[in-house]
Design a protein. Sequence first.
Length: 446
Amino acid sequence: MRNVKLRKFWDSLQSSYWFLPSLMALGGMVLAFSMLAIDQAEAIQTGEISWIYAGGPDGARALLSAIASSMMTVAATAFSITIVALQLAASNFGPRLLRNFMQDKGNQIVLGTFIATFLYCLLVLRMIHGEDYDYFVPQFSVTISILLAIASIGVLIYFIHHASTIIQASHVIADVADELDDAIDRLFPEEIGQPESEDAYHPIEAIPEELNTQACSIKSTQTGYLQVIDDQLLMKLACRYKLLLYLPLKPGEFITKGNRIIRVYPHSQVNQKLIHEINRAFLLGNERTEQQDVEFPINQLVEIALRTLSPGINDPFTAIRCIDRLGAGLSRLAERKLPSMYRYDEEHKLRIIAKPLAFDQLVNIAFDQIRHYGKADIAVTLHLLRAIAQIGSCTHRPHDRIVLEQQAEMILQGSYEGLAQVRDQQLVENLYRQVQETLRTGSNLE
């Protein structure tokens, strides 16, 4: 992955509430100085344009003061509404979804518009001079402030609609599902059936027998969630020092300072400089991200489903929506090639052995907990089976079908424990047989 550190930095900027509003505030200041320069140079003959502000300095001051004060009031109100929406989202959907709300561009643009308009009016206001000074009323600049105020009213209307939309369950689930699709497309770009890459034709080199006994373990110097692995940097280090690296971790795992993060062979090449450089390739943070962690959006959908299935909420319809999105995401993944755990350099020498990402792990992560907590609900149980059938119709690998068959069988067994009515159990049995036929033939569920 190219420029993973830059991408992580950009991702952290997008997740902040200060970056985009600060850029827009800077834009408002630049606009103010530009418009004032135009007024001072008299580049525009304002008297020839009917809609240009033509009042005196007192009226201009009053107008700009009214716009500036109202913008700060509205900005404070919008910020308060945003905080309430974040609290509501955290209680209903889980605190891990707060990052998705922080990344929302709509709220950032709204706050940035109000702040930029305020700063624009403030900077123009200081340049208005009455009779006691060099008489100067920047008529074109004042007119632009009126247009900004009108635009801010439109943004306020948009914000009211947007704030009431982003906290809806369907909207939240769709956003997380989009992140899952983006992660799959980014991490698994090759589809099954595409021509094999050049490295695929080279046999795997014999792994040294002494790898387990003579490899040196390098420990982490930080604590946090593994967000990104800079594989390009690791490959450069492996080629420079002629190393074979074994990665026992994958993005998303929690690492404690002093934990082993990589094994290096041969151990004779290991020194303090290499330990420092290898630690630089592992970027840790306080929370998980979807940049290299496809499990994270799956966990988010599962968390929403589990909360809605809790006795306090008891909303199986929202859980069904999560199951639909999980089924669609895993169907997309079933059509992609999983990357090899072996990484070669340009001379086709084995340099890195990475921890593989297995399809069965993602299926279990997606369905195990929902299956356990939703076994007493007939609608959730039936929908789980339909999702498995949907994934099975897109599956090309025999092992993947076996994993789906195991999940379907556990759903059936759970229905015997959770469903008290015999008729409900029969419905599950009938659908289970159809799912089995779908998994055997690869056809769609009727």
